[in-house]
Design a protein around this ligand. Structure first.
Ligand SMILES: NC(=O)c1ccc[n+]([C@@H]2O[C@H](COP(=O)([O-])OP(=O)(O)OC[C@H]3O[C@@H](n4cnc5c(N)ncnc54)[C@H](OP(=O)(O)O)[C@@H]3O)[C@@H](O)[C@H]2O)c1
Length: 136
C-alpha cells in the first residue's frame, strides 16, 4: 500500500479543528454501523439512538453485540437489528451482507467505522443513493 505521510498524520491537523455540528433529522431512519461494540462506533450508536434512529449493528462479537442491541431497544425504544461478521473473514461479511440485503430495508446512513482509517471525504454510490463515508 502506498500511503503518503500526510495522509497518516492528518488526524493531528483535524483533531485541532473546530468541531462541526449537523442538524440531521434522523428519527425513524435506519443507520448501519460497523464496529459499534466499543469506542467511536459505540458512542455513535448511542447518539443516533437518542435521536430516534433505528440501528443495524454489524459487529464481530455476538455477546457484546446482543448486549448493545438490548440496551438500545430498552433505553431508547428504537428498532435494532444485529448481524455478525468478522471483517478479517470476508465470507462472514458476505453472508451478513446477503442477510441484510434480503431484508430489503432502506439504509439511510452507512457508518463504516470498523477497521477504517480515512482522512478524506469519500462517497459510495449505490443506485440512486449516495453515502458519505465518514471522515474520521
Ligand atoms: N480513536 C481515534 O483517535 C481514531 C483516530 C483516527 C481513526 N480512527 C478509526 O476509527 C475507527 C474506530 O476507532 P476506535 O478508537 O473507536 O476503535 P475501537 O475502540 O478499537 O473500536 C473498533 C471497533 O471495531 C470493531 N472491530 C475491530 N476489528 C474488527 C473486525 N476484524 N471485524 C469486525 N469488527 C471489528 C471492534 O469490535 P470488538 O468490540 O469486537 O473489538 C470495535 O467495535 C477505527 O477504524 C479507527 O481506525 C480512530
Amino acid at each position: 500500500m502506498n500511503l503518503k505521510a500526510s495522509d497518516w498524520l492528518g488526524f493531528l491537523y483535524t483533531s485541532r479543528l473546530k468541531q462541526k455540528s449537523c442538524n440531521l433529522q434522523a428519527d425513524g431512519k435506519w443507520v448501519l454501523i460497523t464496529g459499534a461494540t466499543s469506542g467511536i462506533g459505540y458512542i455513535t450508536s448511542l447518539k443516533y439512538a437518542s435521536m430516534g434512529t433505528n440501528i443495524i449493528l454489524l459487529v464481530r462479537n455476538p455477546i457484546t453485540g446482543s448486549k448493545l442491541k438490548e440496551k438500545l431497544e430498552r433505553d431508547y425504544s428504537i428498532l435494532c437489528k444485529l448481524y455478525i461478521a468478522d471483517f478479517e473473514d470476508l465470507e462472514s461479511v458476505k453472508k451478513s451482507a446477503e442477510l441484510i440485503v434480503e431484508q430489503n430495508r432502506v439504509i439511510d446512513i452507512l457508518i463504516n467505522n470498523a477497521g477504517a482509517y480515512r482522512t478524506k471525504k469519500d462517497y459510495l454510490v449505490m443506485g440512486s443513493t449516495q453515502f458519505l463515508l465518514l471522515t474520521i
